[in-house]
Design a protein around this ligand. Structure first.
Ligand code: FMN
Length: 356
């Protein structure tokens, strides 16, 4: 008996021993330990010891060795290109799952590093400089994907120029009852009614703190030349990390929630976002009125500025506004943003709000 056929027989035997410990084996299978009581086994349909079987096993092993040898000769960048192409095969599988389950799986995979890493450097023309930081490219991941900062490293590794975690609320909260994410297959879009499901600022601070510590150790061993005016990348590593702050559903004093977020999380952020855009938290969008916004931004800026900052200064503060504001609302927001020197506004295209 050849080595390959012996291995295959052993595997079959141990498999069926596990499945059928009492010896009730399916037709055509037998188990040596009980073979004394059984009639001699019928010959296998495709004996591995046959010439064809040996040829097939040999060819498979040969192909595997040749494939492995070829893959090991290609450069890392080509290999990483293959990995990105291969992951497209998984997409149809994800589309069959409940949207929130698919989202959860994707975050878990990225958190474990089970995602391809972009080894190809971004073309220099794609780089932009904002707030004294260099973004290697202008494409980032918006808030809402990695709400609890579980997968920052994996997501930046995918090649994003920046990743925005959150929205993070001060106290952990469940968000709206499920289902709360809905696919619009024909439009290739998604409706989000999550309502700020968040593990809270303490859990997120712990994760970002651990990552920040690791990053510090890495940079101290590969220190960048001092005196560079533009910092390459941010606190999370080569990419930029934004922290998007939300408020708890039941909090009356919204500003107090954002201030807590600033005190706990701004030390880890390359930029901060005060999110008042969501229609899923009652009263949130009313904070976009001229007076309310002015009060809110002043308090949040004061909270940030009263903290101690090193040479790089405090993180810039942005306000995320709703997509469907009136002209008057927009003028009010612009006036406040200019008067208080807000560092930026996050705005996204008008959405069609559909009844379900
Ligand atoms: C499932 C889901 C959850 C989201 N959660 C948040 C969130 O917690 N905070 C936030 O500011 N935006 C959240 N967003 C909004 C996105 O950040 C983004 O602004 C929005 O999807 C529009 O960008 P797009 O047109 O590229 O999708 C969420 C979006 C989706 C689809």
């Amino acid at each position: 008996m050849s080595g390959a056929s012996m291995v295959s027989r052993l595997i079959r035997e141990s498999f069926f021993k596990k499945l059928k410990p009492n010896g009730f084996l399916p037709k055509n299978y037998y188990c040596t330990s009980s073979s004394a009581n059984l009639p001699p086994p019928p010959p296998p349909r495709f004996p591995h010891s046959s010439k064809k079987g040996r040829l097939f096993t040999g060819a498979t092993i040969g192909l595997l060795i040749a494939g492995g040898a070829y893959a090991s000769t290609v450069d890392e960048e080509t290999f990483c290109g293959w990995l990105f192409s291969a992951t497209k095969l998984v997409n149809p599988f994800f589309a069959l799952l409940d949207p929130e389950v698919a989202h959860r799986l994707a975050v878990s995979a990225a958190a474990r590093g089970w995602v391809p890493i972009e080894k190809r450097a971004d073309p220099t023309e794609l780089g932009i400089e904002v707030w004294g930081r260099r973004f290697s490219n202008p494409i980032g991941l918006a808030a809402g994907f990695d709400k609890n900062a579980e997968a920052v490293e994996g997501l930046l590794g995918l090649g994003f120029g920046f990743v925005e975690v959150g929205s993070v609320t001060p106290i952990p909260q469940e968000g709206n009852p499920k289902p709360r994410i809905f696919r619009l297959r024909e439009e290739g879009a998604i409706i989000n009614r999550c309502g700020f499901n968040s593990e809270g600022i303490v859990a997120v601070a712990k994760r970002l703190g651990a990552q920040h510590g690791k990053r510090k150790m890495e940079t101290s061993s590969t220190s960048a030349p001092a005196g560079d005016e533009i910092v390459q990348g941010g606190k999370a590593g080569p990419g930029i990390l934004g922290v998007n702050l939300g408020k708890n559903k039941t909090t009356e004093d919204a500003a107090a929630d954002y201030v807590q977020g600033v005190h706990t999380l701004s030390q880890f952020a390359d930029y901060l976002v005060v999110n008042i855009s969501s229609p899923n938290t009652p009263g949130l969008r009313q904070l976009q009125g001229r007076k309310q916004l002015k009060d809110l931004v002043k308090k949040v800026q004061a909270a940030r500025d009263e903290m101690q900052w090193g040479e790089e200064g405090p993180p810039p503060l942005l306000v995320k506004i709703a997509p469907d504001l009136s002209k008057q609302d927009l003028e009010d927001i612009a006036a406040v943003a200019i008067a208080l020197r807000v560092d930026g506004l996050v705005h996204f295209p008008r959405q069609l709000l559909l009844p379900l």
